[in-house]
Design a protein around this ligand. Sequence first.
Ligand SMILES: [Zn+2]
Ligand SMILES: [Zn+2]
Length: 201
Amino acid sequence: MKNMKSMAAKFPGTCAICHERIEVGEPILWESGKGARHAIHGEEAVALPKPEAKALDTVEVGDLAGVYELFEKARQHLKFPKVVLMLPSGGILKLSVAGPKAKKPGTINVTNGAAFGVGKWFGRILQSGTMEQGRRDQPTSEMIDLLRMFAKAPADTAAAFGKLTGKCCFCNTALTDEKSTDVGYGPVCAGHYGLPWGKAA
Ligand SMILES: [Zn+2]
Ligand SMILES: [Zn+2]
């Protein structure tokens, strides 16, 4: 009894047997509920195991103990601690801790800080200092350099952004007084992140 229809593919798709692509016009066998397969597999073929998703490329950015400490302090006051860093070329790098519902909770997500749709996810940094890079948007060498600098001296690197932009590196609010522009963050965020503020340099 023949249940499958033999035809040429009208749409591109994925073969139910070999999981490879089916191009428009390729000879296929099709049955409602079973999907399409390359005709060469025949009706009796059993689906092959699906190939494992390819692991993400990684790069080492260094020991992040200081960064985690910074975020840990902030989490006592803030639900979503974040740091915005400025790249020498002008772009922005936003670091935030992945929430409990994330794929890998507690890791640090690195994005361009833009809204959904135009946002780019460059990857996540694990506690070990290994960064798993995004598939679509990979960090540039400039970004990796900045992340390494940040890993080494988180508070100083974050503050440098605030000094550069005149905005608090943690909450993006404009810094209005000299004590704040001196350190690169405001008094409220200094309290949240456990950083010195207002002491004469
Ligand atoms: Zn196939
Ligand atoms: Zn702030």
